[in-house]
Structure formats: C-alpha cells, structure tokens
Ligand binder design. Structure first.
Ligand code: M6R
Length: 594
C-alpha cells in the first residue's frame, strides 16, 4: 500500500528518496513521485508505474540538488493510477504526500474549497488545498488547523517553500516514524530508512513532527510539545535481498524452517515456555485478523480450544470491528498481523481494548502499531517479509499460536502434562520437519507445469486440513490469478459439487488420521464426477490421482508442513504463467486503509 519517505539535511536528497522508495516497492503501488526544494522552489516529479519510470523522468531534466524532500509510492484508492493523481500534490507554497484516506473530503470541498480548482481526483488534494487556504504566516499553525478538520486516517509529509529547511510530518491512524542519521528522515515503514538512520522515533496518533537538519520537535494537534523516547529495532533482521533466488517469495519459503526455529527458540527454553503474559483464566477467546493471518487464526482456534477446552471464535477484523462483540475481561482477544499495521486489525484491537478485553498480539514487525498498542505482544521472528504473498510469516504465526496455546494450557492446567510435553518436544523439531517438506520441490515443479493452464481450483480439507486448504487457496489465487476456492470437504455436496466436471482440479489437504476416511469419501465423490485430485497427506493413506507426501508429526501441528507444498505449487504455477510473483496486481503488503 502507499509508502512515504521524507528527508531533511541530506546531500542529494532526491537520491535518498528514490533509494527509500525502492525499499518500499514491496508494499505494492501503482505510481510514485518525489518533491525536493532547491533554491527555495519546489521540484516535483511523479509518474504512473514503477519507480524505474520515475527515475527515467528525473534523469531527463533538472538536477534535483536540494537537501530536503518527500517521496511517495501510491496505491490508488480515490482516482485512477496516473501521473496527475500520483503524489506529491501541490497547492501554493505547500507540497505533500499522504497515506490513508480522508473520509470527509467531499464535505471539506463543499464547505471550504468551493471555488478551488482541483487538479486531481484524489482525496489527498483536499489537504494541500486546505493548508494553502488556512496559511497566513506559520506552517505549523496551518497544519494544526488543517488536521483538525480531517476525518479518516492519514500520515503526511509536508514541505513549504516559505520554510525551505523544514519538513513537517503528521500521524493520525497511519504509520509514520522518524530516523536520525546523516540527516533526518521520516518514513511510513522502517525498511525505507533502516540503512540511512541509526536512531528511531515512532510517531503516535495525533502528533506533528517539525524536522530541521539537526533537530526534531514533536507536538500534539494543540501544538503542545510532546517528549519522545527513541525506539529500538533489531537490525540483524533487516536484510532484504533475494539471495540466490529469482523471487523473494521463493527465498522466503526456503526461510520457513529458520523462521519457525527462531520463533520457537525465542520462547521455548529447554522444556519451559517463557512468556511474561499476565492473564486470568479465560472463559472464551476471540482471534481477529485478516487474510492469511486470519487463516493462521483458524489453526490457532483448533489448538487453543483443544488444549484449553473453551470456545474460541475466529473473525476477520473487518467484520469483528463492526459486530458489537460481546467482550469483557474474561474474553481475551488475540490479534494476528505480520505487519502490525493492518487498519482493520488495528481498529479491532482498539475496539477490544475499549470493551475491556485483554489484547494479545502476534506480530512480526517490532514497534508496529498493533505491537505497541496491545497489552501483550508475542513477536514472530520471521525477519522482514518482502513478497506480498506471505509464507514464512504465516508459518511463524502458526508456531507462535502453538506456543501460546501450550503455555495457557500449562498455566491453567487444562490439558494432560504428558500431552503438552509431547507437543513441546515436537515443536522443537518442527523446523526440521518443515525443512524435509521442501524436498517435494521437484515433484511440485512437474505438477506446476501440468496445472499452469487451469482456470479454476478447489481446495478441500477437514479439520486442520480445511485451515490449510483456506490458506492454500488464497496463495494460489493471489499470485497466479487462477480462480480458487476452499471448502470444508463435507460441504462440497451442499452446492459446490455442481461445479465439478471432467478435469476440474481439486486439491485435498489431509492432516488428521481420524478424519482421513471421511476426506477419502469426499475425494471419491469428486473423482466420480471427473475431478482430478491431488492430495497432500502426511503418510496417512489417501487415494487420489497424485499424492504429495509430507513428514508426519503431531496432528495439531500438521498444518505447518501441509502448507509448504501448496506455497511452492502456487509459486511455480505463477512462474509458469509469467506473473509478477512478488508484487501481484492490485495487492499491497500492508493494508493500512479500511
Ligand atoms: O500484515 P497482516 O498480517 O495484518 O496482513 C494481513 C493480510 O493482508 C495478509 O495476510 C494478506 O492476506 C497476504 N497477502 C496473504 O498472502
């Protein structure tokens, strides 16, 4: 989704901005632009398409000598992706870039800007036009007046020609942080500036930063000074190259065993799970997340309810936040998010806190909003994930949920200790089992060649197999653009089986021995109608057109190995189809708008 970078007091600011924007590319975008100030005047360039197009445009004119600037990658919400709608937007003495959505932009136009000639179709332009309109002598004053009129979410980086040595930033509901290095930086994502800054400050909602080349002052929207503590990031985790792989996604699939090992080792010492989580015995647990994180939540539900023997409800964050959930201090809410910035998940977290629930987050990105705002954070240790389609972060989320479930079951003595000891032992070995699963790669490449031209696929499974099916189906559709659906295998005959005809592809996920014979019946039903069935199974006998065998492990942990062949299959099918694997069309890595 949109990305912001800003810098002040940086020699060759344009170069630094482009470098930062390139590091934000993974978030997904459809246009990019920068603005610098040189000799007191703006130099603005923006282009539809990739950053390479922006670089070409920059080469063709001007020298962009300024030491201050702002940059943006835009993921279109209001107005088509084109040069005009791309950021920065300018009005009078102001130029700005914006992440988020201004929900009352139409009212603001009507109320304050009736006579203004708008150049773009964006909601963002309202902000810059308001700044221009409300400005008299002080930028800070104009910014404070403007932001108080805005409804929605916004992170802003603002330049003003009258104060050519100052960069202003604002955060309200969209992430933004500051960094001090050789110059001062601002970014929506640490990745953009991790190798240009050494000291970092996380902005909170309702804050304005006034940045000069040697100093940063923070204010609230009433323009009262706010004191900030620096925050720490683990930089050994910040490598973001593809290594020897053609795509980040493949590299990240290979990194899954390590992501699991690091997550398990961070909390499981010898045979004790160490979490400093203070919690009363829950009566019910809610899990809230989006996309793949929601699918991790489906697995979390199974293991938590099995070990804690209480009801566990999983909901997508976009539904949960508007569902008037019945929460109280006995109903903790677990929020799962790789980025820690997903707008709906963050809103769900805030709603849960408001209603008195203890909030526990499972997050990959340190100091992200969800991590900071939850009562307790269990960090996954997957390291930076660049491909839009999550793989290693999902696997690390599963490991974290296993740890949490076992920890709570031990704490409240809701399961046999022998069962928990066995699970812990297997958890220590989980990375090795996942590593062994990767051995199926050659078989998968052959299958991908066979399946590359299909138009539809159906994933089926029972129990944890259904959870794996849901995630597998999402993986295939998001990167290969093949229409795919996941069904609880027993549900097929209640409607969807009417779509099965000769040659339809069905992928069956088998995780639990006790459900295997039931799944086999469902496989037989679709095969009888002409479907070609590929089954992923862990040594449990399943008859299908082809089986992919994964190493056997404790049934409650089985999703961790089942998903790997499907991640690889999705990857190789997408590769065969020539898709943009790491940056699939229309998708963003971190979905920071509703
Ligand atoms: O950063 P989050 O884990 O909160 O993101 C949630 C979803 O947007 C994410 O899992 C998405 O579904 C992925 N593209 C799936 O690969």
């Amino acid at each position: 989704m949109c990305g912001i970078i800003g810098c002040c007091g940086v020699e060759g600011a344009a170069g630094a901005l482009i470098k930062g924007l390139e590091r934000l590319e993974y978030r997904g975008y459809d246009s990019a632009g920068i603005a610098t100030i040189s000799n007191g005047k703006f130099e603005i360039e923006k282009k539809k398409g990739r950053i390479s197009a922006l670089k070409n445009a920059l080469k063709s004119h001007r020298d962009y000598a300024g030491k201050i600037g702002i940059g943006h990658t835009r993921w279109a919400t209001h107005g088509a992706p084109n040069d005009i709608n791309a950021h920065p937007h300018q009005s009078g003495k102001f130029a700005l870039v914006h992440n988020g959505i201004i929900e009352n932009y139409a009212q603001l136009k009507e109320q304050y800007l009736k006579l203004t000639n708008f150049k773009s179709e964006t909601d963002t332009e309202v902000i810059v036009q308001l700044l221009n309109r409300l400005y008299s002598t002080s930028c800070l004053d104009a910014i404070a007046k403007t932001v108080k009129l805005l409804e929605g979410s916004f992170a802003l980086a603002i330049l003003c020609e009258d104060e050519p040595d100052k960069l202003y930033c604002v955060r309200q509901g969209s992430p933004l942080l500051g960094g001090v290095g050789n110059g001062i930086f601002a970014a929506s994502d640490i990745t953009a500036i991790s190798d240009m800054a050494e000291i970092f400050y996380r902005m909170d909602d309702g804050e304005i930063a006034e940045i000069t080349e040697s100093n940063v002052n923070f204010y609230n929207f009433e323009l009262e000074r706010v004191e900030k503590e620096r925050c720490e990031f683990a930089f050994e985790d910040m490598r973001t190259d593809k290594g020897n792989c053609e795509h980040f996604m493949l590299k990240e699939i290979y990194e899954e065993p390590e992501a699991i090992r690091r997550t398990v080792d961070a909390y499981l010492m010898e045979s004790t799970i160490e979490l400093k989580l203070e919690i009363d015995k829950p009566e019910q647990i809610y899990i809230v997340a989006c996309g793949s994180a929601y699918h991790a939540g489906l697995v979390g539900k199974k293991i938590l309810s099995e070990l804690l023997k209480i009801p566990v409800t999983v909901e997508t964050a976009s539904e949960f936040r508007y569902s008037n959930p019945l929460l109280n201090s006995k109903t903790p809410v677990i929020i799962i998010s790789q980025s820690g910035e997903t707008a709906d998940s963050l809103a769900a977290l805030r709603e849960a806190k408001k209603l008195g629930s203890k909030t526990i987050s499972v997050v990959n990105v340190a100091n992200s909003s969800i991590a900071v705002e939850s009562d307790f954070v269990l960090y996954t240790k997957a390291g930076p994930e660049i491909a839009v389609a999550t793989t290693k972060a999902y696997s690390a989320q599963l490991a974290a949920l296993y740890l949490l479930a076992i920890y709570l079951a031990e704490k409240f003595k809701t399961a046999e200790q022998a069962q928990l000891d066995k699970l812990k032992k297997e958890l220590k070995e989980l990375n090795k089992k996942v590593s062994l699963t990767l051995d199926c790669e050659e078989q998968i490449k052959r299958l991908a060649e066979e399946l590359k031209d299909i138009d539809h696929a159906y994933f089926i499974g029972r129990g944890l197999g259904y959870c794996a099916a849901a995630e597998g189906s999402l993986k295939l559709k998001e990167i290969s653009y093949i229409h795919s659906e996941a069904y609880a295998a027993g549900e097929m005959k209640h409607g969807t089986i009417s779509l099965i005809e000769k040659g339809t592809t069905v992928i069956a996920m088998n995780t639990q021995a006790e459900l295997a014979s039931k799944l086999q019946s469902n496989i037989d039903e679709v095969r009888a109608r002409g479907a070609k069935v590929f089954a992923v199974t862990s040594g449990i006998d399943i008859t299908a057109d082809e089986t992919i065998i994964t190493p056997a492990l404790h049934p409650l942990l089985q999703t961790s190995t089942q998903i790997v062949p499907i991640q690889l299959l999705s990857y190789y099918i997408a590769k065969e189809r020539g898709c943009d694997i790491d940056k699939p069309r229309n998708l963003a890595k971190s979905v920071t708008v509703e």
